[in-house]
Design a protein around this ligand. Structure first.
Ligand code: GDP
Length: 300
């Protein structure tokens, strides 16, 4: 099974999937356009969430960082006037140090991620979407800023005029991503942000053309007019999409075959040109994640 992922909604699904499906048969293509260098190390927020989810180390209250982590280094850096914009835990930071060392030694992000994943004992394949560095830029009335500045430092408060991904024109999916997609007939898109998580993956050269030849199943991350979490409402509106499952459908309509929307969603999606499946998509605990994962397995 192959699934496109961001760092919260789809990892929730993966937490259930790994309990009910052979982990070695799971391949996850992960957004890297939110990556950022912090205190000398590369933080890959979405890749990290997937790594920690699949190793059962994720802090599943926040869906970022590791559970029971400490923040001694983060606090110590403040005394050196290095007030990091992100709260990086100590064990989490070890992942970033290892990754950055591997990159400096000449590995690609794909290779470094595979090495770190095997260190965590993960048998699923975690595939960063690209080995090219990309940055999601949020345009506000005052200035342009990195997605992490908008969301982590400014708590998603600035008005958003537009979103773009710096470097996307020349970015390619990694070889491993292409090979993984070629070996599957069905591709899943998890309930992730269609603008800043799935959007960058779809923007990679040739990616949409590959999906047009697949049976693509997507889960809507919007229920009714509301996101379950994160800044997706503001970002979809800024990019000209209705904040609803209909808006999510618009993002995927070129290649989508089956759209999964929540049973409580009253959005008028039934007239769309794709098949619709209504089910409970709100993963409020591991049991609910497993239930939704079973639906996906049956469909696959
Ligand atoms: P990010 O990288 O942290 O932004 O995370 P994602 O893009 O992977 O996930 C954020 C999206 O997941 C948001 O649009 C949420 O509305 C959606 N989401 C989070 N939890 C759930 C859930 O339990 N069910 C559904 N359907 N969507 C969810």
């Amino acid at each position: 099974m192959i699934i496109l992922s961001g760092g919260t909604g789809t990892p929730k699904l993966l937490s259930g999937l790994k309990e009910v499906y052979a982990e070695e048969n799971i391949k996850v293509i992960v957004n890297t356009a939110e990556d950022m260098w912090v205190s000398g190390n590369l933080v890959c927020p979405d890749v990290d969430s997937v790594l920690y989810t699949l190793s059962s180390l994720i802090d599943d209250n926040k869906w970022w960082g590791m559970k029971d982590d400490t923040f001694i280094t983060h606090e110590a850096l403040k005394y050196l006037n290095l007030d990091e914009s992100m709260m990086l835990g100590d064990r989490d930071r070890a992942t970033h140090i290892a990754r950055s060392d591997l990159l400096r030694a000449g590995m690609t992000l794909t290779e470094a991620t595979a090495k770190i994943a095997s260190g965590f004992g993960i048998r699923a394949k975690i595939l960063p979407m690209s080995d090219d560095h990309l940055e999601t830029i949020i345009h506000t009335p005052d200035k342009k800023m990195h997605f992490q500045e908008f969301w982590v430092e400014r708590k998603g408060e600035p008005i958003v005029n537009n979103v773009d991904i710096e470097g996307i024109k020349d970015a390619k999916p990694s070889e491993s991503v292409i090979c993984a997609l070629e070996s599957e007939d069905t591709v899943m898109i998890g309930p992730s942000n269609p603008i800043t998580s799935i959007g960058p993956i779809l923007s990679l050269n040739g990616l949409v053309d590959i999906l047009k030849d697949k049976f693509v199943i997507a889960i809507s991350p919007i229920i009714g007019k509301r996101a379950v979490s994160g800044p997706v409402e503001k970002l979809m509106a800024a990019c000209g999409y209705e904040v609803s499952s209909l808006g999510v459908f618009e993002c995927y309509k070129e290649f989508l075959d089956l759209f999964i929307v929540d049973v409580k969603d009253d959005c008028l999606v039934d007239d769309l040109s794709v098949d619709i499946l209504r089910t409970d998509t709100l993963m409020s605990d591991l049991c609910k994640s497993k239930e939704l994962a079973r639906v996906m397995i049956d469909l696959a």
